[in-house]
Design a protein around this ligand. Structure first.
Ligand code: SAM
Length: 187
């Protein structure tokens, strides 16, 4: 079976991230990506996680405690657009993941936005190591989603090809705006 956007993002993380790496979960939410990243980097690595909703970080903290993966994860209650305030500029990032949109079963008005998503990508790209990935799982079906999708596509399409590969991965025959994955790879 062909993997959907979310599953394929996890496959790519498993193929890219190794113990000791530093990675970013730009949209922690309920911690699905954070837990995977924490397991992949191991006790010698580091996960920087960002979200603007306290309940998201609380849920994720509990999951990290239960799985014994908390040691290598630093969670920040702040927007990913401010990540430079906590991630030192010289850090070598192996991968970063964005799961855009709203927190499932929560306030659908609290969404990621194109402008701040792009600011965060901008901040990460210089820190990305060769072969490193920025993964964006993009949902456009909710209010505000289409605007963010258009902005992120416009930004990533113009990334210089001598420095980055940008891949658009998603089903094109499904109804109801299925999520798709944008993959930025540093050459
Ligand atoms: C689709 S959810 C993330 C799902 C998560 N990756 C998971 O596995 O459960 C999107 C999250 O982005 C968060 N968010 C919205 N704007 C943000 C911002 N500027 N910086 C960081 N997180 C943000 C929302 O609070 C929400 O929890």
């Amino acid at each position: 079976m062909i993997e959907n956007a979310m599953r394929y993002s996890h496959t790519l993380l498993k193929n890219t991230v190794i113990p000791g790496d530093t990675v970013i979960d730009a949209t922690v939410g309920n911690g699905g990506d954070t837990i995977l990243l924490a397991a992949l980097v191991g006790k010698t690595g580091k996960v920087y996680g960002f979200d603007i909703q306290p309940q998201a970080l609380q849920t994720t903290k509990e999951k990290l405690l239960l799985t014994g993966l908390g040691e290598q994860v630093d969670l920040y209650l702040q927007g990913h657009e401010t990540l430079k305030s906590v991630v030192p500029a010289k850090t070598e990032i192996a991968a970063a993941i964005f799961n855009l949109g709203y927190l499932p079963k929560s306030d659908k008005k609290i969404i990621t936005k194109g402008e701040t998503t792009i600011q965060a990508i901008h901040a990460i790209l210089p820190m990305l190591r060769k072969g490193g990935l920025v993964l964006l799982v993009i949902y456009s079906g909710h209010q505000g989603g289409q605007t963010e999708k258009d902005a992120v596509l416009a930004f990533t399409e113009q990334l210089p090809q001598q420095f980055f590969n940008v891949l658009h991965y998603g089903f094109i025959n499904q109804r109801n705006d299925p999520p798709f994955l944008l993959i930025i790879e540093k050459k």
